[in-house]
Ligand binder design. Structure first.
Ligand SMILES: NC(=O)c1ccc[n+]([C@@H]2O[C@H](COP(=O)([O-])OP(=O)(O)OC[C@H]3O[C@@H](n4cnc5c(N)ncnc54)[C@H](OP(=O)(O)O)[C@@H]3O)[C@@H](O)[C@H]2O)c1
Length: 255
């Protein structure tokens, strides 16, 4: 049975991805930072539906924790076929650019960029070994970025910059890993209902109704999960480094 690690699988978009991958036949590692209760609930739901999953705690911004996530996966499930770099946090305090803090910068960059980069590096090293040994036939890396990779929010500078960097990270790994039979993708969600967007719910209700983007509804976590499923089920066999927009058409410029 193929194995997928989903960082931040305990809530929101990551939870929907973990559940969808389990339905697709993967054993899923549901990673979380602090909410072990939420992760265990996801695991119980997956098992209840006949799937397989384990919860593994660990802060992806922390080197030792990243090792722990990979070691626990290999020890308990023996292989890694897919890594979904989903865990992410928004700017701490959402301060204006001129008041932005180094504390927020460090936390956001550690979680949204350094964590995914070095976790990918470690996971890919394992994948390459396993492909050489014939344990797995190929792999997939999927990075969850954001429309904030190119749309400016002056009160979330660090968040925007980490998401912009994920686009380049996707391309770097895509080029390096094509010969290794590992496909690399970026999914770029728009405005999705989750705990992260709960504080700005009313603001976006109005803007979406006013036509902020063509498909006038909130994105659902399942919208993102279905895109992940398409990638892992090899719907794009001659593509890599690709950005897939899941945003109701937000990325289209109009006149
Ligand atoms: N919601 C949106 O509109 C939207 C749009 C575009 C992109 N995104 C991106 O999609 C991803 C998921 O967002 P979401 O809306 O689902 O967020 P969310 O509801 O706030 O959930 C965040 C998840 O990430 C985990 N997490 C946070 N920091 C972590 C760390 N250091 N190590 C490991 N796990 C960590 C959390 O674990 P705990 O449960 O333990 O706290 C939780 O499972 C993020 O990368 C976000 O930037 C979201």
């Amino acid at each position: 049975m193929q194995v997928a690690i989903v960082t931040g699988g305990s809530r929101g978009i990551g939870r929907a991805i973990a559940e969808e991958l389990a339905r697709s036949g993967f054993q899923v590692v549901v990673n979380y930072a602090t909410r072990g209760d939420a992760a265990e609930e996801v695991v119980a739901g997956i098992k209840n539906d006949g799937g397989a999953a384990i919860a593994v705690g660990g802060d992806i911004g922390n080197r030792d924790d990243r090792s722990k996530i990979v070691d626990a996966t290999l020890e308990k499930l023996g292989r890694i076929d897919v890594l979904v770099n989903n865990a992410g946090i928004t700017s701490q305090g959402r301060h204006d650019l001129l008041e932005a803090t180094e504390d927020s910068w460090d936390r956001v960059f550690d979680t949204n960029l350094k964590g995914p980069f070095f976790l990918s590096q470690r996971v890919v090293q394992e994948m390459v070994k396993q492909i050489a040994a014939g344990t797995i036939s190929g792999g997939k890396l999927i990075n969850i970025s954001s429309i904030s990779a190119y749309a400016v929010s002056t009160n979330r500078a660090d968040y925007c910059m980490t998401k912009a960097a994920l686009e380049m990270m996707t391309k770097l790994f895509a080029v390096r890993l094509a010969e290794e039979k590992i496909g690399v993708f970026e999914i770029c969600p728009g405005i999705i209902e989750s705990d992260m967007t709960a504080p700005v719910r009313e603001k976006y209700d109005q803007r979406i109704q006013d036509g902020l983007y063509p498909i006038r509804r909130w994105g659902k976590t399942q919208d993102v999960a279905l895109a992940v499923r398409a990638i892992v089920e090899d719907a794009f066999p001659f593509s890599t480094g690709e950005r897939i927009n899941v945003d109701g058409g937000f990325h289209i410029r109009t006149l």
